[in-house]
Design a protein around this ligand. Structure first.
Ligand SMILES: CC(C)(COP(=O)(O)OP(=O)(O)OC[C@H]1O[C@@H](n2cnc3c(N)ncnc32)[C@H](O)[C@@H]1OP(=O)(O)O)[C@@H](O)C(=O)NCCC(=O)NCCS
Length: 152
């Protein structure tokens, strides 16, 4: 158990299906609205997939943050870890929860002998950039993301 700067204890564990409604709320805060049912389905698929982990932070019995870290494989790069998503409830930010979750992602990567961890962050997320840079992450490049809808 760890204590945040306001001395309220928080703990970490793997996400469970019953967390889905709360994960969905926090996903909206991240800018990705989703229903609890969608989150439950995606969580189940991630649980079946290789080398994917969804962790939550719990404070006062409530899930206040979640993070998805996973193995990223490609032909052009050595396997590495990717923080696919991370969100801390706006009500409890700047209390060390994001830092503690990211430390767990790094430990997860080290345990798999993955030498690099990366995260992609929208250029609009100034606070997230300050967060990652404070924790030793270096900006490598800025990209455009293209998407095409194939069925509706
Ligand atoms: C980015 C985010 C996950 C950070 O979580 P957090 O729990 O608030 O971060 P921490 O309290 O662990 O911060 C650790 C350090 O990062 C830096 N930092 C964090 N938020 C910051 C901010 N808004 N401005 C400047 N520096 C910041 C500070 O150095 C901080 O240490 P300090 O509080 O002792 O000064 C959180 O703000 C969030 O969920 N934002 C919305 C979603 C998002 O952008 N997610 C990232 C997607 S790529």
């Amino acid at each position: 158990m760890q204590h945040d700067s306001h001395n309220k204890p928080f703990t970490f564990r793997s996400a469970r299906p019953a967390d889905a409604p709360r994960l969905a709320e926090l996903s909206s805060q991240l800018g990705y609205p989703a229903t609890a049912q969608e989150i439950r389905r995606r969580l189940a698929a991630l649980a079946r997939a290789r080398a994917q982990r969804v962790l939550v932070a719990v404070q006062g019995g409530e899930v206040v943050a979640w993070m998805h870290v996973g193995l990223r494989r490609s032909l052009e790069m050595a396997p590495c870890a990717e923080v696919v998503a991370l969100v801390v409830d706006a009500a409890v930010r700047r209390a060390g929860i994001g830092r503690a979750l990211l430390a767990r992602a790094e430990a997860w990567a080290r345990a798999r002998a993955l030498p690099v961890i990366l995260v992609r962050s929208n250029i609009l997320r100034g606070e997230a950039h300050a967060f990652y840079e404070a924790l030793g992450y270096r900006r490598m490049k800025t990209q455009h993301v293209y998407q095409k809808t194939l069925c509706s």
